[in-house]
Design a protein around this ligand. Structure first.
Ligand code: AP5
Length: 225
């Protein structure tokens, strides 16, 4: 099974993708997380990606597609996969079809999360993350017990470099221009296109996603099987 998570910056792809992967025992491949890890490690990929990410632009398709191809090939076709933040352009979606064709797989569903821009901007301005364990927090909606410190591992929380107001505004423009056309792209394929209102509490959004996946794909978590 392969599910693509689509949606603008701050809509909750990472939050919902992590819960879903955990509940279903699936693998979550988040291209933004892979790129940030590469930056922290100072690899060639990380250095190449940095200037695009800092400006809020997309990293070139050929870099991203090569990175995703390598990971999907190593996972094989039997693992459930949640793609978070990929594809993000029509050429990336076309390349994904090609890779999956070679692996004997296909995109089963595209989950499009939506929320108004003012909600996205507020969520992003309050986002804090733990560089050690990856846990996400939000100073407005989901704060840590001790200000600035991860509840799980005690590491200091950070604000992403690309989360300043100017870069966020640009990331939203990039989303509308380059990523939103994927909705039309997937309308022409066999994938189930599922739109979920992301402007609700985290548990409510997760419940809507789970019920749509169960209804449209027959996917249920361990506790429901
Ligand atoms: P990426 O890391 O993918 O960023 P993004 O798509 O802009 O999405 P975000 O991570 O900002 O938001 P999210 O939807 O995951 O929301 P989250 O769950 O964190 O990409 C970063 C950059 O990498 C790109 O700009 C590009 O340069 C590059 N890149 C990555 N993939 C690429 C690709 N395929 N091609 C080319 N370049 C690529 O939630 C946000 C906050 O809100 C959190 O604090 C969370 O706690 C809170 N929150 C979540 N849900 C709720 C809720 N329901 N109620 C209240 N608060 C909530």
């Amino acid at each position: 099974m392969m599910v693509v998570l689509l949606g603008p910056p701050g809509v909750g792809k990472g939050t919902q993708g992590a819960i879903l992967a955990d509940d279903l025992g699936w693998h979550r491949l988040a291209t933004g997380d892979v790129l940030r890890a590469a930056r922290r490690e100072g690899t060639q990929l990380g250095r190449e990606a940095q200037r695009y990410m800092d400006r809020g632009d997309l990293v070139p398709d050929e870099i991203i597609v090569g990175m995703v191809r390598e990971r999907l090939e190593s996972l094989g076709a039997d693992t459930g996969v949640i793609l978070d933040g990929f594809p993000r352009t029509v050429p990336q979606a076309e390349a994904l079809e090609e890779v999956l064709g070679e692996l004997g797989a296909e995109v089963d569903a595209v989950l499009e999360l939506t929320a108004p821009d003012d909600v996205l901007v507020k969520r992003i301005s309050g986002r804090r993350s733990c560089a050690e364990c990856g846990r996400l927090y939000n100073t407005y909606f989901d704060p840590p017990e001790v200000d600035g410190q991860c509840d799980d591992c005690g590491t200091s929380l950070t604000h992403r470099d690309d989360d300043d107001a100017e870069t966020v505004a640009h990331r939203l423009e990039v989303y509308r221009a380059q990523t939103e056309p994927l909705v039309e792209f997937y309308r022409e394929t066999d994938a189930e296109l599922i739109r979920v209102d992301g402007d609700r509490s985290m548990p409510d959004v997760q419940a809507a996603i789970r019920s749509a996946l169960e209804e449209r794909l027959g996917v249920a978590g361990d506790e429901e099987q």
